[in-house]
Design a protein around this ligand. Structure first.
Ligand code: WTA
Length: 634
């Protein structure tokens, strides 16, 4: 991917200009560097008003040919994946490109033998072990659509995701290790499958050796099938726009949205941005600490790095196990050159002694990355001073599940960084800030709603089974433009700073949580009449959740402590422990407009203890409840 490489700010401006002036030529030049069965007839077709986009029309390819096969001649013995287990005493595994080829082909054959065909959906519910990477790639090899569900999601969250896209198979494990905990993944799958009639087969990977029940006719251990599978598997011919995967993200309303990504555009964009933003070079060892259950793991642990023939680290554990030095121990051990993590992890580690960092040799590091939420100034400096030793540029990468790849980010060693700023749009990305009247805001030193006004190759194509919702959520607030749901400011030199969500999504420890699904879960509690959830600032998590809850008459007499515990239990079961509330306040009423809409703006202020100026409350139907809520705020 030598073409359009960016090594300096000057080059960035040149490349950027070209990408905007002639986007078709720009992306087709980059696409030439990949392996195709057949090249495209047309680079781009789109109608953003209808939320319709096609890239590399009629091109034929297979992404695993590009991520694995084409590297074998030159890099067969190079390590593709370093697997670092949860337990530091368990040996790390170095999987070469040759090994990866064999493993993916074997797994592809297992899937085919079990009846999986092109277009079928396979749910992957696995911990961060090599089989997760292998299964994802095996699906891609045979054209099955993978739907990875983060192994921290609860039974009902898993069930909802399986039902929504009608998966035929689940690939899971007997359990998973995370820090000093063991998680019973198979038990969660068994529970979920009680309401998932589309599932014919469950393949089970052995990881913890837990004694688990296997359902006759449905469940199979992977190992015996895998052992006898052949190491050759022909890669399916995929159309550029054939679906590659579905990944669920929570919306501000209703059920999770199954974002659908397709093949060619996604591959080209993640590969190009990986190479440039992280300045990856042949001998580098790159480590992204995300879980493959999130988009960051899809695009920047697997597809982007592997398309570049990179060495990518896959870490099973957590930053605090066995102690707060774990990240730095792993960097030292594998001589990591690019390190990519989330602000929430940085903030948690910055609370601990810097001895945990200085104990290790971090001199291999060249680039640091941040993703998932705005990084605050303090965390940025700690990361820069103690981890990067003031020598490593920090790439603060802004993007989303929906965008597939990095959108606004410094390019390491080219873009001068500025704390808390994601800086400049990457080549091919055309951001605009919009005002409330839906006009584009020109010039600098302005704030607005962040939109993208021209298609880029890795954008999601639809929400699985619900194109109308896709169009309404992303393309109707500002017709003809993609609306990100984020607010941003543009400073005097044109640098972007993301200020946070402008909708009812709260980012807790880097995880998107729609408030509506949490409210739905709480409202199922028999003692609860109504609830409203908002976010408030939190030292480590970035944001935490505050619940305002109205009880039914029958609930009024109940012990509040028990109720609080039960409500969080409901949330854990319906969504996952990550969505538990940090604070709960039982209230007699919620501030509502005359049309009955909860005024969340006011609740947000109360939760943040910022009640000096509540703004305009004249449209409230019941202003008296506000005083009461403020007085009893927790
Ligand atoms: C937020 C994660 C500020 C943002 C890749 C976005 C960020 C949402 C940043 C997407 C950043 C992500 N600075 N905010 N560098 N990166 N966000 O879908 O609100 O899990 O809309 O994708 O995270 O989260 P998602």
């Amino acid at each position: 991917m030598g073409v359009y490489e960016v090594k300096s700010l000057e080059q960035y401006f040149k490349v950027y200009k070209r990408s905007v002036r002639e986007p078709r030529k720009f992306w087709s030049k980059i696409a030439e560097d990949f392996v195709w069965y057949k090249k495209w007839d047309k680079v781009l077709e789109y109608r953003l008003e209808e939320a319709e986009v096609k890239w590399f029309v009629n091109g034929k390819l297979n992404i695993t040919k590009n991520c694995i096969d084409r590297h074998l001649a030159k890099r067969g013995d190079k390590t593709a994946i370093i697997f670092e287990p949860n337990d530091p005493d368990e040996e790390a595994e170095h999987i070469t490109y040759n090994d990866l080829y064999n493993r993916v082909c074997k797994m592809a054959n297992v899937l085919r033998d079990q009846g999986i065909r092109k277009g079928d959906r396979v749910c992957i519910y696995l911990p961060m072990i090599p089989e997760l990477a292998v299964t994802v790639l095996a699906c891609a090899r045979i054209g099955a659509i993978h739907s990875v569900v983060f192994a921290g999601f609860s039974e009902s969250a898993l069930a909802a995701r399986i039902q929504d896209c009608e998966c035929k198979m689940v690939v899971t494990s007997d359990g998973g290790f995370r820090g000093n905990k063991t998680i019973d993944l198979k038990g969660i799958v068994d529970g979920a499958l009680e309401t998932c009639p589309s599932i014919d087969k469950v393949l089970v990977v052995k990881r913890t050796n837990a004694d688990i029940p296997m359902k006759e006719g449905r469940d199979e251990w992977l190992a015996p099938l895998y052992e006898k599978a052949s190491t050759e598997s022909i890669a399916e011919v995929m159309d550029a726009e054939d679906p590659l995967f579905i990944l669920y993200t929570s919306g501000s309303t209703g059920k999770p949205k199954g974002m659908l990504h397709t093949t060619a555009g996604y591959m080209i964009y993640t590969a190009y941005t990986f190479k440039n933003v992280f300045q990856y070079e042949e001998k580098d060892v790159y480590w992204c600490t995300a879980d493959i259950g999130w988009i960051t793991g899809h695009s920047y642990i697997l597809y982007g790095p592997l398309a570049n023939g990179a060495t990518t680290v896959m870490f099973e554990g957590v930053p605090s196990y066995p102690d707060f030095g774990r990240f730095w121990e792993v960097v030292d051990k594998h001589k990591v050159t690019q390190f990519y993590t989330a602000p929430t992890a940085i903030r948690a580690l910055a609370k601990e002694s810097t001895d945990w960092v200085t104990k290790y040799d971090l001199s291999s590091l060249k680039v640091l990355g941040s993703v998932g939420e705005p990084i605050n100034e303090e965390a940025w400096h700690w990361y820069n001073d103690h981890v990067g030793n003031k020598k490593c540029p920090i790439v603060d990468t802004w993007w989303q599940t929906e965008t597939g790849g990095l959108m606004i980010s410094p390019i390491a060693y080219a873009t001068p960084t500025k704390p808390t700023y994601a800086t400049l749009p990457l080549p091919g990305v055309q951001p605009v800030l919009m005002d409330e009247k839906r006009n584009e805001i020109e010039g600098n030193q302005v704030v607005g709603s962040l939109c993208i006004k021209f298609p880029w190759p890795s954008m999601a194509r639809t929400i699985w089974g619900d194109h109308r919702r896709y169009k309404e959520t992303y393309f109707s607030a500002f017709p003809g433009k993609y609306f990100t749901g984020d607010g941003a400011l543009r400073d005097e030199v044109g640098y972007y700073r993301i200020t946070g969500r402008v909708d009812d999504v709260v980012i807790v420890s880097g995880h998107n949580l729609g408030t509506a699904p949490i409210e739905d879960a709480i409202n199922e509690h028999p003692a609860v009449a109504e609830s409203a959830i908002v976010g408030f600032p939190h030292d480590i998590k970035g944001n935490a959740l505050y619940g305002f809850i109205i009880l039914k008459e029958t609930g009024e007499t109940r012990n509040r402590e028990n109720l609080t515990r039960e409500i969080n239990q409901y949330i854990s079961e319906h969504i996952g422990p990550i969505a538990k509330l940090d604070k709960i306040q039982f209230v007699s009423g919620l501030p509502k407009t005359r049309s009955g809409k909860i005024m969340r703006r006011i609740l947000r202020k109360i939760a943040s203890k910022d009640t000096a100026n509540l703004g305009d409350t004249s449209t409230l139907l019941n202003p008296e409840v506000v005083e009461d809520i403020i007085e009893n705020a927790v």
